[in-house]
Design a protein around this ligand. Structure first.
Ligand SMILES: *Cc1c(COP(=O)(O)O)cnc(C)c1O
Length: 371
């Protein structure tokens, strides 16, 4: 492993060779003919959307996905020329979406009709759109019995063309829900078959997210959508071994205190010392994405390879940790999460998941890139 310079302030270190490793691992799980859509919503899962997306474009990712139109516009402005699917566009942004050649997911009659209206106004022909079906998540999507309605709308206009039909799995990482997932895949197959029979061209078909890719090779269809895997998490102990977390959240010890038995630490005196103890103050807080739920002994950080619990309440800009038995000094580097103590390990201390903690890291924290 490359030896990185020690952090001198709070930074999120992003390792592009880990990203490449994860990309290639996912590629090894799919056929050459299956396209790979890389999901870079929420600032590239809390890392840096522009840097991640440009690197993935160089690695020849086929397709990009974001949640919202403004995220797609930011990608266009940062040099992404590959197609970009906007998973959850709002009609208010349809004009901007078309101006930036972004491709909308159309998930109900309201957005379908609104998009047709705007694309006609903008004199579009065959504008690429993606039709989303609900197969059990009950979040966004047409129902299977909407197919005839969609087909009738498509027949009335040449302004749009369906580039893909897709759905989203509810519990692809949970093998206890395998039967539910298989039923979703079956329902989706029936929808796509019905759709295909009623349309003169062949849209792409896709349903798998990261865990779908890993657990359901039979459902890769024409394309898969990979998010969390690219960032280094496989949603299981076994699969985590095959990925490398791309982000390391580092900080430093700002100050060390020696406190007597009975003294308290932090707001509202939430921590009370039971003996003579040593504490350290770290410049990262709930405004940076380390929520209050990580306080009071739940979360922990690592210093020189040794674990130290967060004590008392998490402040907006700082946490305090117990370093009583640790060998460390002011200015020493602190790892909040990284390759060893991962974001998933930290998230588990509060019954959260890797997705939540990595996407919560605030924009205030400086990003540094390692090639
Ligand atoms: C976020 C998202 C994904 C990516 O899921 P991962 O589990 O991170 O791979 C795929 N599809 C849709 C519709 C999403 O919203």
């Amino acid at each position: 492993m490359v030896q990185m310079p020690k952090a001198e302030e709070t930074i999120l270190e992003i390792n592009l060779s880990a990203l490449k490793h994860n990309f290639e691992y996912i590629k090894s799980k799919i056929n050459n003919s299956t396209k790979l859509m890389v999901v870079v919503k929420a600032f590239g899962y809390g890392s840096d959307a522009s840097i991640i997306a440009n690197y993935l474009q160089k690695l020849n990712a086929d397709y990009f996905a974001v949640a919202y139109t403004n995220e797609g516009i930011a990608l266009r402005n940062s040099g992404i020329t590959k197609p970009i699917l906007v998973l959850h566009p709002q009609p208010v942004n349809f004009t901007a979406l078309i101006q930036h050649s972004l491709e909308p997911s159309l998930y109900n009659a309201m957005v379908l009709n609104e998009f047709i209206k705007i694309s006609l106004e903008k004199t579009q022909v065959d504008y690429p759109v993606h039709i989303k079906f609900n197969t059990g998540l009950n979040r966004l999507g047409f129902w299977e019995n909407d197919v005839d309605y969609i087909i009738s709308k498509l027949a009335e206009t040449s302004s749009i063309k369906v580039k893909s039909i897709f759905s989203h799995l509810v519990a692809s990482e949970d093998l206890n829900e395998k039967e539910f997932t298989l039923n979703q895949i079956e329902a989706f197959k029936n929808i796509t078959k019905n759709f295909a029979q009623k349309i003169a061209y062949k849209p792409m078909v896709h349903i798998c997210n990261t865990s779908g890719i890993l657990n359901h090779p039979e459902a890769h269809f024409d394309m898969v959508r990979c998010g969390i895997g690219l960032y280094g998490y496989g949603n299981s102990e076994k699969e985590n071994q095959n990925f490398k977390p791309i982000a390391t959240l580092k900080s430093v010890i700002s100050q060390i205190h020696l406190i007597e038995e009975g003294e308290t630490v932090g707001y509202n005196r939430a921590y009370k010392s039971s003996a003579f103890q040593k504490t350290a103050t770290i410049p990262i807080g709930h405004a940076d994405g380390i929520g209050r739920q990580y306080g009071n002994g739940k979360g922990f950080v690592t210093i020189n390879g040794q674990l130290a619990p967060i004590i008392g309440n998490v402040c907006m800009d700082m946490i305090m940790i117990n370093i009583t038995n640790l060998d460390c000094n002011e200015g020493d580097e602190v790892i909040i999460f990284g390759e060893q103590n991962t974001a998933e390990d930290l998230a588990k201390t509060t019954k959260s998941i890797s997705y939540e903690i990595i996407t919560a890291i605030s924009q205030r924290i400086k990003r540094t890139i390692i090639k």
